[in-house]
Design a protein around this ligand. Sequence first.
Ligand SMILES: *Cc1c(COP(=O)(O)O)cnc(C)c1O
Length: 388
Amino acid sequence: MAPVGTATVLPAANDDRIALFDLQRQKARLEGEIKARIDAVLNHGQFILGPEVTLLEERLARFAGARHAIAVSSGRDALMIALMAMGVKPGDAVFVPAFTFAATAGSVASIGATPIFVDVDEDSFNMDAAALDEAIVSVSKAGKLVPRVVMPVDLYGLPADYPAIGAVAGRHGLTVLADAAQSFGGELGGRRSGALAPISATSFYPTKPLGCYGDGGAILTEDEGLAEAVRRIRSHGRTGTGDEATELGLTGRLDTIQAAVLLAKLEVFERELARRRAIAARYDKALAAAVTVPTIGEDAESAFALYTIRVRDRDGVKARLDEAGIGTGLFYRLALHQHPAFRDYVGDELPVSERLTGEVLSLPLHPDLTDPEADRVIEAVLAAVRDA
Ligand SMILES: *Cc1c(COP(=O)(O)O)cnc(C)c1O
C-alpha cells in the first residue's frame, strides 16, 4: 500500500495482486501479543516442552472438545506418530482417500504399512463410504495385507462423513484415524474436528486455518492409552524425562516458541473462522450460477482452509485470473496414485479423483481478505469463466 501522504502515487502493480494466502496482515494485527509471548519463552528458556506447550495442549483439547491433545512437530509427523501409537506395522493396510495431499499416504508408507487409495465423493471431495467398503472387501479377499486403519481426510476444511465411514470401518473391525490437517475449527453434527474420530491428527503449517510460524501439529484423542503412547513416541520413545527408550520414537515435539505463537492465534481463532465463513458465503452467493461452488452439508461447518470451486477449462480460467492479478492454487493437480513416489501402491481405478484433479481451483481466502477484495475476485472469476 502507498504510504500516507502519497495518495497520488499509484501502487506498484504487485501491490494490486490479491494473494491466495496473506499472512502479513494477520501478523500486523497480532504482532504485539505474539512478540510478548515469544519474549516470555526467550526469558524462561524452556525451549522444549515448556509451559506454553502444556497450556496450548489444554486449550486445543478444550476448543475441540477432545479428551487429550498432544502437540507435535508437524501434521505429517502427527499422522505417523498416531499410526505408530496404534501399532500399525508392515503388512497392514491403511485406507486413504486418493484425492488429498501427498503427506496423507506418505505417513503410512513411512512406517512401512501400505496405503490403499479409495475414491472420493464428487460433492464433498471427501472419502466415499461405499468405495471404502469395496476397497476393504477387495484387500481382505486378496489376503496379502491386513486391513487395519481407515484414514479419512477433511479436505479443504470440511469434515469427512464420519458417521458413514465409522460404520463401514466398525463393520470390518477397523479403527478410524482422522487426517484433520486442514479442518481444525470445522464441525460436524455439533462436534468439532479433533473430536470426530477416536484419534485425529492436525497441522499448524503456516497457511492452515490455525497456523504457527514454522512446522507444527497435534494429535487429539479420546483414548488415554493412545495419548500416553503418543507422548512417548514424540520424545524418542521415552517415558517422562528418563533416558530409557521403551519403544521406537522420533524427535516429534512442537517447539515451545511455536506453542507461544499458537496461543496468541487461538485467542482470535473463532473470529477468524467466522470471517472465513462470511467470505465463503459471499463467494457462494455470487458464483453459484457460474461455477460449481463447495457443497457443505447442513450439519457441517467447514474451517475453509481453502475455498475450492470446480470449473471446465480450469487451466484457462486460472491463467486469466493470474493475468487479472488474482492468486489461485491447484489442490490437487495429481491424485495420490499419479505421484511417482506412490507408484508401488497403484490399485483400482479412481475416476472421481482423477476428474477432480483437472477441475478444482482454489480462490483467495483468509481472515484478512476485505469485502472489496472478495468482490474483485468474484468479478474476475465471472469474467474468466465467461471468456472460457
Ligand atoms: C498439510 C497437510 C498434511 C501435512 O501437514 P504438515 O504439517 O505440512 O506436515 C497432511 N495431510 C493433509 C491433508 C494436509 O493438508
